[in-house]
Design a protein around this ligand. Structure first.
Ligand code: KIV
Length: 360
């Protein structure tokens, strides 16, 4: 079915007067359906009381003994909270109060259908423990991102990540039995050799537990994505900043601020929609452009560093939890300081062993 796009491309919206001067032609598009802190235990008041009978004394002794055993596990939590920890606790309590669980279905159709209904939430996971945690938190989908390279494997970029790495981590995430959709990233180069190689790599990801794959790129990879979708492999698109091209683009930056780039990103989104992507990630896309794309395309646009007007948001869980040692991207507002808390806890343990305080 050939159908004319109802709204103008974003560059026309953003620069309406230039459109009149004939700088941008309207596009025809083909659409396809596609622990809480325990307070220090107090000694019972009985301790101060003068006891008159032996039985009472015995009772008291028992009570005292009980108190002593109760005190042990809380010993460490007697340390005063730092200001940051106190703020976090308060935020956690607030969140707990307002947390409403939403039914999540592990299908691409479900994610596609969320557009316009409620914001979609995605988070990354690379192992079974994190998979369980983020799934319990209620995310709509888990991305086994090639960000595993920079987050867990010690690489400076995602480029060295291999398909074997991705299979290993995807299988681990699946073993965490998440109740949501699992999307696995096709790593660097896999979409560039040949369609057969791409198909084989996507097959490996699906066979080790992925429900869908994600591919970086727009118009250049749209034909191959269309063929993958036709073979029954659901694909999530990824436009804007493509971290796998970081060596070519010379660093991480915002995309779509000028007209040429905005038009190019618009075309990428339309091509991915036509190829049958069930959702598209927009990374570091200029906020107004992302908002406009969100209105214009059929699949949900899930943003990362692309403003608040997208159909949903995705973040790297390690960044969000404060587990990333390197400087964070500007758009991340961590909701915990797990790295720092873990370090403090470990230093405390090392200190205790060294000063032989720990009684076994
Ligand atoms: O690999 C990844 O984690 C990603 C997200 C940043 C979207 O692609």
């Amino acid at each position: 079915m050939v159908e004319e796009k109802k709204s103008a491309p974003p560059s026309e919206k953003l620069q309406g007067d230039k459109k009149e001067s004939g700088n941008s032609a309207p596009k025809k598009v083909v659409r396809r359906k596609p622990g809480s802190i325990k307070s220090k235990a107090k000694r019972p008041a009985a301790k101060e009381k003068v006891t008159e009978t032996v039985t009472e004394e015995k009772k008291e002794l028992k009570a005292e003994k009980k108190v002593v055993t109760d005190v042990r596990p809380t010993k460490k939590t007697d340390r005063p909270l730092t200001e940051i920890q106190a703020k976090q606790l308060a935020r956690q309590h607030e969140r707990k109060k307002s947390f409403t669980s939403v039914e999540v279905k592990a299908t691409t159709k479900y994610i596609y259908g969320l557009k316009g209904k409620r914001p979609i939430v995605g988070l990354t996971a690379y192992d079974a423990i994190m998979s369980k945690l983020v799934s319990k938190a209620g995310v709509d989908f888990i991305l086994v991102g090639d960000s595993v390279g920079t987050t867990l494997l010690g690489y400076e970029t995602t480029i060295p990540v291999t398909i074997d790495d991705m299979v290993h981590h995807t299988a681990a995430v699946k073993r965490g039995l998440p109740g949501c959709l699992v999307v696995a990233d096709l790593p660097f180069g896999e979409a560039s050799f040949s369609f057969d190689r791409l198909l084989d790599s996507a097959r490996r990801l699906m066979q080790c537990g992925a429900d869908a794959v994600k591919i970086e790129g727009g118009k250049d990879v749209a034909d191959d994505i269309e063929k993958l979708v036709a073979t029954g492999i659901p694909v999530m698109g990824h436009i804007g900043l493509l971290p796998q091209t970081v060596k070519a683009i010379g660093g991480y930056r915002k995309f779509g601020s000028d007209r040429v780039e905005a038009d190019s990103i618009y075309t990428d989104a339309i091509c991915l929609e036509e190829a049958g992507c069930f959702a598209i990630i927009a990374e570091m896309v200029e906020g107004e452009l992302a908002a406009e794309l969100t209105k214009q395309i059929l699949p949900p646009l899930v943003g990362i560093g692309s403003g608040e007007q997208c159909d949903g948001q995705i973040l790297v869980t390690h960044d969000l939890l404060g587990l990333t040692p390197s400087p964070l991207p500007s758009f991340v507002n961590p909701c915990a300081t797990l790295g720092l808390d873990g370090l403090n806890a470990l230093q405390g343990y090392v200190q205790e062993i060294r000063s032989a305080k720990l009684k076994r």
